[in-house]
Write a protein that binds this ligand. Sequence first.
Ligand SMILES: Cc1cc2nc3c(=O)[nH]c(=O)nc-3n(C[C@H](O)[C@H](O)[C@H](O)COP(=O)(O)OP(=O)(O)OC[C@H]3O[C@@H](n4cnc5c(N)ncnc54)[C@H](O)[C@@H]3O)c2cc1C
Length: 438
Amino acid sequence: MTIPKSSSIAIIGGGTFGLSSALELSKQGYTNITVFEKDGEIPSRWSAANDLNKIMRAEYEDDFYTDLAIEATKEWKSALYAPYFHRVGYLNCVSEKGTQKAVDTMHRFKAASEKHPEMKPWVSDIGGRDDIRQFAWQFDGAMPGWKGYFNRYDGYVHSANALRGIHHAASANGVKFFLGEHVGAVQEITYAGTGPSRMSTGVKTKDGRFHPASLVIVAVGAAATYIVPEIGSHVSAKSWSVAHVRLTDDETAALRGIPVTYARDIGFFFEPDPKTNLLKICPMGGGYINTNPSTGISEPPSLDQSRGFVPKEDELKMRELLRQTLPYLADRPLVEKSLCWFADTNDSDFIIDYVPGTSSSVILLSGDSGHGFKMFPIVGRWVNNLLNAEDGKQSISRWRWRDSTSGHTTATDGDDVSWRIGDVKELRDLDLPVVSNL
Ligand SMILES: Cc1cc2nc3c(=O)[nH]c(=O)nc-3n(C[C@H](O)[C@H](O)[C@H](O)COP(=O)(O)OP(=O)(O)OC[C@H]3O[C@@H](n4cnc5c(N)ncnc54)[C@H](O)[C@@H]3O)c2cc1C
């Protein structure tokens, strides 16, 4: 639905999807944009992207997302985003113990990278340890049976710094920000009218203040069901473990330039961050959910229930990955451990659409499914396209609103998404600090 450029637009959430939308809409000439963010600063402690790094790989098993990731890569190389993009390459392998599912997935990723004319020249086969040590000579572990490919088109992005940078760029473009648990945390979207005339009037923040808006854009990541409960079980809060090894200056320097290293059956790690000397590492697994027994919907737990620990089985995987690649780090303390929450859909497709029954006054940006950060520079374009759609509808069917006709889903349904390997588990079933819903 085209709206006047002077319309008041409230964006809830100053994370990946929210900031990208704010910047793009301000560039498109919208002059009255306000971002509401529940944390006191950006990057927010609740953002899935408040992290040292995220993988920037362009190949997907699905041409649709590959083309988008190629478009995003071009933007990551632009002056605004380039400071955050580190093109160190992406080593995507399966170890000797990998399941057939892991092997098949890796082969589909490889085929996708070899199929695309822009990526193809950057891709090479990896038949084993000797091939890996051609470019990652620092890896003196056994890497038993590692096979896969190396794609130098890819790398990683410094996600926390990118959020900071785009926050500043959006502010400089006139976007207003309300930050903090009282003035920035949105309690609810307010509505007037019923039936076909029902539409949003704005948002109410935790301090009780009402902020009128003609358009509300919801970009709250894992918390989507709190603000748009109508989406129900089509979006589930899910988490993966993250931990770090703290290195010395010399150790960090020695590992400069190593690729993003992914053993699909074990986990992945990144080049250490030169500022903090932290090497980030993540285990492979189906992830954890936190189902509210009264609704059957997985919701993100409070921050202190996601910080300072990772499940034991994940810690073992992280250590095993280090043992196979950089064995001198395998028994070091793991620090800054956390569970990082994102908004999952059962098919891993995003949701970029109007919320039905709101007369096109509310847009939901959700379902990032754990692969949305690479799209940071282009998410705002999708929102602009939606606003300018001639028929007022989302033309990309896979990003449309999910309702009961899309089938009932549960947080564990994502098992069929090929790149996720491992079972989804309930947080409360793990041997962890007690977890309750917010
Ligand atoms: C462990 C892990 C690894 C990942 N790795 C990758 C990767 O390698 N590559 C990749 O492309 N992607 C990756 N992702 C996914 C990526 O981080 C997400 O796709 C992306 O951050 C989603 O953006 P978002 O805007 O939907 O949510 P977020 O970035 O989480 O932002 C949501 C924002 O909403 C705010 N908020 C919530 N509730 C309210 C409220 N009521 N009022 C106001 N503000 C509110 C939060 O504070 C937060 O700032 C990973 C995610 C995780 C968890």
